[in-house]
Design a protein around this ligand. Structure first.
Ligand SMILES: [Zn+2]
Length: 424
């Protein structure tokens, strides 16, 4: 495939994916699209239980997943294909060159966000006529671009396999939003043999034509769902009831005033609380979504422990039962100098790049860190970079990425990195 064809393909793939956004653990049409392509390219493909450790899956709702499978079937995804996935989305492409050399892995995430895309006529997707076809959902973080770039790397690998040695893997990871998917892939051991690992995100601090290479950062985070179960009773007989709602309210106040940590940034946030059935009924149920973050994994663990302690105590105090479930988790990131320098060199020789800069990822969270930590624990080296676009801010209805210019840069950095470490 010629380079110009590759660029056209990148944009086409991205726009198809943009019009068909699927949320975490529901990416069945996306996975089908990816795997069909990888097979056509002649790459080895792993999927389902080959790449996901079910016990480590976080934040996956069986009812929502089932509905997504049904929709996929109604859109032409074969039932047999879905059977092989065993309910788990994502894929890994593997190129085994048969020649001795390092194992290199890149990772792209494939899920969207529950955000309704803007109908503003000047929005890129509206101008280009590839607006999200699924109401309430859109690729408002650019993972459609990431996936397209992953497919671009796959096409490049297939076309240049004779010029490569070792093994190259492309991880198409589900459920990055809410930091839910990486742990299940890491636990499966698919990066345990990896010598070089690179992850990336479009946008963030990088403008169009810029590549930011990250040295360290990201906040470690734990996402929780919390349920309280009390006893329903009439308001006139309060001694007969146990209010889950009052316990939930007390939880908000208590967690909101948790002490911080002297060694760095810490955060606690309760983003959702649903409770109550009516004015004169003691509420039997409460449901909360909350999260903690920390500048280091230790600080995050400290915050998570505080939450567990407070919830246990409050449930006791209010005489209600509780269920605290970990829905997602990410750690902090520290890149390896050698891998960072290789990414910088790869970026410098990429067409369309006007600036390469060093950066740290101060805020936010990203579960690629979980895969990176796994690689490093097994002796591999890893780095993370940003390839730029001009955007109004991530997770917004009008998020945009200028795919024609931005995606070839992402592809170029990955490809140049692979050439450097796996070139013959
Ligand atoms: Zn993202």
């Amino acid at each position: 495939m010629k380079d110009t064809d590759l660029k056209t393909q990148l944009v086409q793939d991205r726009r198809y994916l943009h019009a068909h956004p699927e949320e975490g653990w529901c990416e069945f049409e996306t996975t089908y699209y990816i795997i069909e392509r990888l097979k056509k390219l002649g790459l080895k493909v792993l999927s389902g239980l080959e790449i996901i450790e079910p016990q480590e899956v976080m934040g996956r709702n069986e009812t929502i997943v089932k509905a997504a499978e049904e929709r996929a079937i109604s859109h032409g995804v074969p039932v047999n294909f879905l059977k092989k996935l065993n309910g788990y989305t994502g894929a890994v492409a593997v190129l085994e060159t048969g020649k001795p050399g390092p194992v290199t892995a890149i990772r792209v995430d494939i899920d969207c966000l529950p955000i309704e895309e803007t109908t503003e006529p000047n929005h890129e997707a509206n101008l280009g006529n590839y607006h999200s076809e699924y109401s309430g959902f859109s690729h408002a973080c650019g993972h459609d671009g990431h996936t397209a770039v992953g497919l671009g790397v796959a096409a490049w690998l297939a076309a240049h396999k004779d010029e490569l040695n070792g093994t190259i893997k492309i991880l198409f990871q589900p459920a990055e939003e809410g930091v839910r998917g990486a742990a299940a892939m890491a636990a499966k051991g698919i990066v345990d043999d990896v010598d070089w690992f690179v992850g990336a995100h479009i946008g963030c601090s990088a403008h169009l034509g810029e590549v930011g290479v990250s040295h360290q950062g990201y906040l470690a985070t734990t996402k929780f769902d919390l349920e309280y179960e009390g006893i329903q009773a009439a308001a006139g007989s309060p001694e007969k009831g146990r209010s889950a709602l009052m316990c939930a309210a007390a939880t908000c106040m208590t967690l909101g005033s948790l002490p911080g940590h002297s060694q760095g940034i810490s955060r606690v946030q309760i983003g959702k609380l649903i409770s109550g059935t009516g004015r004169n009924i003691i509420a039997p149920h409460a449901y909360l979504q909350l999260e903690v973050r920390g500048e280091t994994t230790e600080i995050n663990d400290y915050m998570a422990k505080n939450v567990e302690m407070a919830v246990r105590g409050l449930a006791d105090a209010y005489g209600v039962k509780y269920k605290l479930t970990r829905m997602g988790e990410a750690v902090t990131y520290k890149g390896d100098e050698e891998a960072i320098n290789l990414v910088k060199a790869a970026a410098s020789e990429t067409e369309g790049v006007i600036k390469v800069y060093d950066t740290n990822s101060k805020v936010g969270s990203e579960d690629c860190t979980v895969l990176i930590r796994r690689v490093q624990q097994h002796g591999g080296k890893a780095a993370f970079f940003y390839y730029g676009c001009n955007h109004p801010g991530h997770h917004r209805a009008d998020f945009c990425i200028q795919d024609e210019q931005s995606l070839p840069v992402g592809l170029g950095v990955y490809v140049n990195f692979i050439k450097r470490v796996n070139g013959v």
